[in-house]
Design a protein around this ligand. Structure first.
Ligand SMILES: [Zn+2]
Ligand SMILES: [Zn+2]
Length: 277
């Protein structure tokens, strides 16, 4: 059975993310542990955490991913931002352990002048300083690669893995890859792009996919998600991607928009249709 779910909301209590997931017929998913636009600590009490774990087990949902704050910048050369990023990531991995969540997903961030090599060094160093609880794995997400943001190239992911002592794994975001210049719009392009990922990074460390279509063309570095099959990746590309041998057992988490009368439920259904074809 295909593992597909959505990024759901913890508003009103973290366990609500499970109820929402089940409403959409999702069986895996992602949450923010707090508002991702501000520096804030996850505030999850023991009862809430227990309810989340119980509901997750009852409904057979999993794996779950915590997406870290958008303010986190692992590549930064600035000491204060590095410290805040490290502190925030430590709290995310601790929250994950408390919730029984396997993965914490993070973007590498922007090197803002440190250079690609320096930025990747900085990222590896922050990861090294994390005390990651047992059962939790940090996933570095592929990026759309705008400005000085790293993670747009598969080589960046492989280099951080090489330089850190932590056992990190990866999350590929289809909209980001596409924006970063990896074509996914035809079956041939999907084969080529995934073969390149296999060569540079390898599928053993691919833990999760953020499945999103793209509102912008390939190589534009613009990150705006579209409904599955309705963007520039399109139906043929999406069908080839979700049915690719290397992807079939990887959990798919949707970060699609809720607009045009289409919600996560519509997109999850769409993925299941594409998969069964
Ligand atoms: Zn992300
Ligand atoms: Zn993503």
């Amino acid at each position: 059975m295909v593992r597909v779910g959505a990024h759901t909301s913890i508003a009103g209590g973290v366990y609500n993310a499970v109820e929402e997931q089940v409403e959409y017929s999702g069986n895996c998913g992602q949450i923010f542990s707090h508002s991702p636009q501000v520096w804030q600590d996850p505030n999850i009490d023991d009862d809430e955490a227990e309810q989340f774990r119980d509901l997750t087990a009852d409904h057979g949902v999993g794996p779950w991913v915590i997406h870290s704050s958008y303010l986190v910048n692992l590549c930064t050369p600035k000491d204060d931002l590095r410290e805040k990023s490290l502190d925030s990531m430590q709290k995310e991995v601790d929250a994950a352990a408390k919730l029984g969540i396997e993965y914490v997903n993070v973007h590498l961030g922007a090197h803002t002048g440190a250079g690609v090599d320096g930025g990747l060094d900085n990222a590896a160093s922050v990861l090294d300083d994390l005390d990651i609880p047992e059962g939790v794995t940090v996933l570095v997400e592929s990026d759309a690669g705008s400005g000085t943001k790293l993670g747009g190239q598969f080589e960046h992911l492989a280099t951080v893995r090489e330089r850190t002592d932590q056992d990190i794994e990866f999350c590929l975001d289809t909209a980001h890859m596409f924006a970063a210049g990896y074509d996914l719009s035809t079956p041939e392009a999907v084969d080529e792009t995934l073969a390149e990922f296999d060569e540079v990074v390898g599928f053993d460390d691919l833990a999760c996919v953020h499945l999103n279509d793209s509102k912008h063309e390939c190589g534009t570095n613009k990150d705006e998600h579209a409904h599955i099959g309705e963007g520039h990746i399109g139906e043929d590309g999406m069908r080839a991607f979700v049915n690719h041998d290397a992807i079939r057992d990887v959990p798919l988490v949707l970060e699609t928009p809720t607009e045009d009368g289409r919600s996560f439920a519509w997109n999850i259904e769409r993925v299941k249709e594409l998969r069964s074809e």
